[in-house]
Design a protein around this ligand. Structure first.
Ligand code: ADP
Ligand code: MG
Length: 333
């Protein structure tokens, strides 16, 4: 080979190696798992600052939980508001505005003031069947209409009302995480916090819908979707048995008891984390017909899984769904 040809080969090889090194640095993949908000979280990130972003996500969600939303951490904003109204409501006013709206649009099926009732059920720790009289007493201190959000204050019309972000906290975490991912110029991300998942990047993602009667690794359907947020609320979460009956943690605000309407899970697809989480709970409580209308009002895709093994995919979700378990049927309306 001529000298010039050899030189050319060497240059091409060097450029190729440099490209690989550059690509490796820009598309560094990093995965991490952690426990936050009483559940498991995972982050799989691609970008030059993927490790930094994963570390930041972890500390951010811990601070969001312990410092702001948690009801078990004494000095969180929510705990202080619940004890004597002394928490700094401004820190959560953006979230509260959205949640008040979901309360109103769902006709009260979603209600973030059910804290006194969910405390009685002790979900998340040692669930038990409360006394009926205790439920009725706690119910008298619920109702989002009793609270008012002013510019910098959350005014409790009933001092015994207890606010609870249990149905929306994981979605809020996803929205805060999204801001970190943008800031760190992450190219692709799949981040899950419990049953809520954030998908970011220019590709088609696959998200499984859990088998409500199987273990956590078993799925009945897949959603093939572009970037966004997907949250599932299921009656299989935090389920327990008492007196031969099964109870779960999604409550009917009218009765104070777990919703019993034939649904096993509801999945919402939205660009907003907080909406995907809150609406999955709201649509579960509302049931198929009214839940479908609520998802439409927010322009979100929705998938209902019913206990007769029928699956309803609505408002765009029908274009993304693939049923993977023969025992279940997709009902086309
Ligand atoms: P998960 O916590 O498993 O993601 P959800 O998002 O459906 O499930 O939230 C359930 C939690 O929300 C309950 O543990 C309780 O704290 C609270 N909750 C229960 N019923 C309601 C309701 N009707 N409206 C608002 N919050 C609720
Ligand atoms: Mg929810």
């Amino acid at each position: 080979m001529k000298k010039t040809a050899i030189a050319a080969v060497i240059i091409v090889a060097a450029v190729f190696v440099a490209f690989l090194a550059y690509d490796g640095a820009v598309n560094k993949e990093y995965s991490s798992d952690f426990f936050v908000m009483n559940t498991y979280a995972t982050a799989k990130l691609t970008g030059s600052k993927s490790k930094e972003a994963a570390d930041e996500i972890r500390s951010l969600t811990e601070t969001l939980d312990k410092g702001i939303l948690s009801r078990t951490s004494e000095n969180s904003v929510v705990s202080l508001l619940n004890v004597n109204g002394a928490g700094d409501a401004e820190k959560i006013s953006d979230y509260l505005e959205i949640l008040f709206d979901v309360c109103r649009k769902s006709g009260g099926a979603f209600d973030f003031t059910l804290g006194a009732v969910s405390d009685l059920w002790s979900f998340g720790s040692n669930p038990k069947l409360p006394d009926d009289s205790a439920i009725r007493e706690a119910l008298s201190h619920t109702g989002y209409e009793k609270l008012k959000l002013t510019e910098n204050e959350l005014v409790f019309g009933d001092k015994s009302a207890v606010i609870d972000f249990g149905a929306a906290g994981k979605g809020i975490a996803l929205d805060e995480i999204k801001a970190v991912l943008f800031e760190k110029k992450i190219k692709q991300a799949v981040v899950s916090v419990g049953g809520s998942v954030l998908l970011m990047g220019d590709k088609e993602f696959t998200v499984g819908i859990r088998n409500p009667e199987g273990n956590s690794g078993s799925y009945i359907a897949k959603l093939h979707i572009p970037e966004g947020c997907v949250s599932t609320s299921g009656s299989y979460e935090q389920q327990f048995e008492a007196n031969g009956r099964k109870y779960h943690h999604i409550l009917d605000p009218e009765t104070g008891y777990p919703v019993d309407n034939g649904l096993l899970s509801v999945t919402i697809i939205s660009q907003s984390g907080i909406l995907s989480d809150a609406l999955s709970t709201a649509c579960f409580v509302l049931g198929y017909e009214k839940g479908k209308a609520l998802a439409e009002a927010y322009d979100c895709g929705v998938v209902f899984v019913a206990d007769d093994k029928k699956i309803y995919a609505e408002n765009g979700a029908e274009n993304f769904i693939e049923i993977t378990d023969d025992a279940y049927t997709l009902v086309m309306q």
